[in-house]
Ligand binder design. Structure first.
Ligand SMILES: NC(=O)c1ccc[n+]([C@@H]2O[C@H](COP(=O)([O-])OP(=O)(O)OC[C@H]3O[C@@H](n4cnc5c(N)ncnc54)[C@H](O)[C@@H]3O)[C@@H](O)[C@H]2O)c1
Length: 276
């Protein structure tokens, strides 16, 4: 899939970070863009920025954990901008804490966003995309955590491994329908965004100027969200299922070798090694 101009893109969690960068890239590609975020304050400036590219923009406050609200959003998008050519189920949150300390409510909240948000996006848009029968592509945002387990991250890891399962199933289900719809799992490594602001107690009260970029700048391995957006479009154009933002092959080789050898897991910090 090469040409996107004139098509419609849908991006959830578009108010900040990776989603924001992807939405801007979509507009630069000449796509009409529907952007959604639970923090409406983050969408105002973005909407204005997208319009400067001369494309149609639909910006809506949306909580992706609310199935009914996602369906209503999808109906609005389909009515106003048409069937999406690109669908980015991207909204996500981070939670940390030791495995046994996380309450049932906290589990439910995180999974309702990171996992069910993706499911709701698929349920709301894929039937119309299938019916249109036109070339399209779906990108679900997973994480390195879709493949790698780290301590203190049970909820996040569980959600992102589940997103990997859903996304790979989606690929096979669409293939069984011979649908011209590509699928990718975006697996970002460390990206300069505001995802950890709340946990670090630095989230701005008006939600407009996420400062994490400054906090994380200079930390090893962190890359700008704009770089991720470029990698995402390269991945879509190449028809890649796996979109890695960091070199992970060496780490995965070691990890899978251990599994194949039925070795007990021992935590190894992820090292992004471009030489392997
Ligand atoms: N930043 C990283 O290092 C990193 C690494 C791996 C994966 N990811 C994933 O990338 C995606 C984007 O995260 P980011 O780093 O850009 O973070 P971010 O916090 O900068 O952006 C996420 C956006 O999603 C929105 N959001 C949160 N809950 C929502 C909900 N219920 N409904 C709709 N919108 C909601 C937030 O308001 C925010 O604007 C997430 O799925 C995240 O898990 C990020």
């Amino acid at each position: 899939m090469d040409s996107f101009a004139g098509g419609t893109a849908v991006v959830t969690g578009a108010g900040s970070g990776i989603g924001r960068a992807i939405a801007i890239q979509c507009a630069r590609e000449g796509m009409h863009v529907a952007v959604a975020d639970v923090m409406a304050s983050r969408l105002t400036a973005l909407g204005d920025e997208l319009k400067t590219e001369g494309v149609n923009v639909l910006a809506r406050e949306l909580d992706v954990s609310d199935a009914g609200a996602v369906t209503a959003f999808a109906n609005e998008v389909l009515g106003e901008l048409g069937v999406p050519r690109l669908l980015f189920n991207n909204a996500g949150v981070l939670q940390i804490g030791e495995t046994w300390t996380q309450t049932a409510e906290s589990w439910q909240k995180l999974l309702s966003i990171n996992l069910m948000g993706v499911v709701h996006g698929l349920n709301a848009f894929v039937p119309a995309m299938l019916e249109a029968g036109e070339a399209a592509h779906i990108v679900n945002t997973g994480s390195v955590g879709s493949l790698v387990v780290a301590p203190g991250m049970a909820q996040y890891t569980a959600s992102k491994m589940a997103v990997r399962g859903v996304t790979e199933s989606l690929l096979y289900d669409l293939a069984a329908h011979q649908a011209p719809i590509g699928v990718s799992l975006l697996c970002p490594g460390p990206v300069l965004t505001s995802i950890s602001d709340e946990l670090m107690g630095v989230a701005p009260s008006d939600g407009t100027t996420p400062p994490t970029e400054h906090l994380m700048a200079g930390q090893p391995d962190f890359i700008p969200a704009e770089q991720v957006a470029t990698q995402v479009f390269e991945g879509i154009r190449a028809g890649n299922f796996w979109i890695f933002t960091h070199p992970l092959a060496g780490y995965l080789e070691d990890a899978f070798e251990d599994i194949v050898a039925a070795k007990n897991p021992a935590y190894r910090e992820v090292v992004f090694d471009a030489s392997r």
